[in-house]
Design a protein around this ligand. Structure first.
Ligand code: ADP
Length: 467
């Protein structure tokens, strides 16, 4: 990571130096050419002024050159027909070719200042030419000087250029090392923490870094780790609950199976000769089998409600009529327990599963009767509020202690095991009630005190997502 950042930095630096070198070289070259052209133009004007009205142009030109004290300057005078009238460099200019084709000469004869840079065959070096027309004499004065552009400055500039590049490289390297450190450091810290087997699983803490993006990465990891942790503990909890449930369920089923087998074996062995005893055993077998199938039905119902894998048919359920129907079924049991059933129900219609509603009310009413005393009552009140149905099932029975109130909705939890079993309870009734209320996005509350009675209050909203 660090190496890669440094390498990239190096590449960028070389590229930046090359581009800036090229651009500044181009600009400096242009400026240099412009300055040289300007200087030569001054010489052209000076020569033109000096030659004004003179006859021996060659001699005059040589004199001017001598005065200029510049070996490199070459003065040429070209007539309108292209013939060279004077030239400070060619020993004999008679043999010199016609100059009319030269770019700068042609431009000068058009009345403009002519500029050109090219290789001179006569002097065998690169030259800069500046030419202008002498309006009065009808010839062109051209001044040339050897010109190599920036090349001639390179030897003298090279040490400075190299020094500059080295300084830039050094500064860039220090900056790159620092930059790589501030980025690569936190990233390696983050990856080290992710790989560290000794950190508490999914428990990450990162310091505040200089760059916001790194903090975002750190926060995202911490957030994700938190969610994963939560998920894991939720799954772990669910696994435990399921395991416990299966353990309890098998235990609950084992007891009746053992009983059935015991009675059946006794009958099979012929130990029970008495006919009345035989039919008594058969009745017990049937009762136990009935209890078993109730238990299995309850287990299946809970598991289906839990996974929401229930094929539910919704219809408009008249809760007041349903209570009447339930009372008809429970009445004989209530009579046996000497408990009076009372209802005070409004005409309420709720869109729901009639099976679920029957199961819910039946469990609460039966419990109210079962955990009661002779002379006791069970009151059912149903009324509609603005957005919800309120169901209250109250009794003046044995009541439930504070510590049990929190647990009676757990599967298979019973306060009085003997009483529940004796009366055919599966220990799943209230758990089913709670599941049905949750399934219907409702609310369930319990008020109870031992010896005084209990009140279960359920609210179910009319409009629900499941509908
Ligand atoms: P069970 O099949 O044992 O009735 P439930 O889940 O319906 O199972 O109830 C769990 C336990 O809660 C019961 O065993 C009983 O001890 C207690 N309980 C339920 N309803 C009442 C009530 N109305 N009054 C007093 N105790 C109750």
């Amino acid at each position: 990571m660090r190496k890669a950042v440094l390498l990239r930095f190096g590449m960028i630096l070389v590229l930046a130096l090359a581009v800036s070198g090229m651009v500044s070289g181009f600009l400096m070259g242009n400026k240099l050419l412009e300055d040289n052209q300007k200087n030569l133009l001054h010489v052209v004007y000076m020569v033109e002024y000096t030659l004004h009205g003179k006859q021996d142009l060659q001699k005059e030109c040589m004199q001017i050159k001598a005065q200029l004290k510049d070996e490199n300057v070459r003065i040429t005078v070209v007539a309108a027909d292209g013939a060279v009238l004077a030239d400070t460099e060619a020993a004999t200019f008679d043999g010199m070719e016609n100059h009319l084709e030269r770019e700068e000469i042609r431009t000068a004869f058009r009345g403009e200042t002519g500029y050109a840079t090219r290789y001179s065959d006569t002097l065998q070096e690169n030259m800069l030419y500046v030419a202008a027309l002498s309006a009065s004499e009808g010839y062109v004065v051209r001044v040339a000087s050897s010109y190599d552009g920036l090349k001639e400055y390179i030897p003298s500039m090279l040490p400075i250029l190299l020094l500059g590049a080295a300084a830039a490289a050094l500064i860039a390297f220090v900056a790159a090392v620092h930059f790589a450190g501030t980025i690569a450091g936190p990233l390696s810290e983050i990856s080290a923490k992710l790989q560290d087997k000794h950190t508490v699983p999914w428990d990450f803490h990162f310091p505040v870094y200089r760059y916001e993006e790194l903090n975002i990465i750190g926060e995202a990891i911490t957030g994700l780790a938190g969610e994963v942790k939560e998920q894991i503990s939720r799954l772990e909890f669910e696994r435990k609950v399921r395991q416990e449930f299966f353990g309890n369920a098998s235990h609950e089923l084992k007891t009746p199976v053992t009983a059935i087998r015991g009675y059946a074996e006794l009958l099979d062995n012929g130990f029970v000769a008495d006919e009345e005893k035989q039919s008594e055993f058969i009745r017990r077998i049937l009762k136990t089998a009935e209890h078993m199938s109730r238990l299995i039905e309850d287990i299946l119902l809970i598991s289906r409600l839990e996974t929401k894998d229930v094929e539910v048919t919704y219809s408009m359920v008249r809760l007041d009529l349903l209570i009447r129907e339930i009372f008809d079924v429970v009445e004989p049991i209530a009579k046996k327990h000497q408990v009076t059933l009372c209802s005070q129900c409004e005409e309420v219609t709720l869109e729901a599963s009639v099976r679920q509603m029957r199961e819910l009310l039946m469990n609460l009413v039966v419990n109210g009767v079962t955990y009661n005393q002779p002379g006791g009552h069970v009151w059912v009140e149903i009324r509609a509020d603005k957005e919800k149905v309120i169901i209250r099932v109250r009794d003046d029975g044995v009541g439930i202690g504070r510590e049990d109130q929190a647990r009676i909705f757990e599967r298979f939890y019973r306060v009085d095991k003997g009483r529940s079993r004796k009366l055919g309870g599966t220990g799943l009734g209230l758990s089913i009630v709670k599941h049905i209320v949750e399934y219907n996005e409702g609310d369930l509350r319990l008020k109870s005190s031992p010896g005084e009675g209990s009140e279960f209050m359920i609210c179910i909203p009319f409009s629900r997502n499941i509908l």
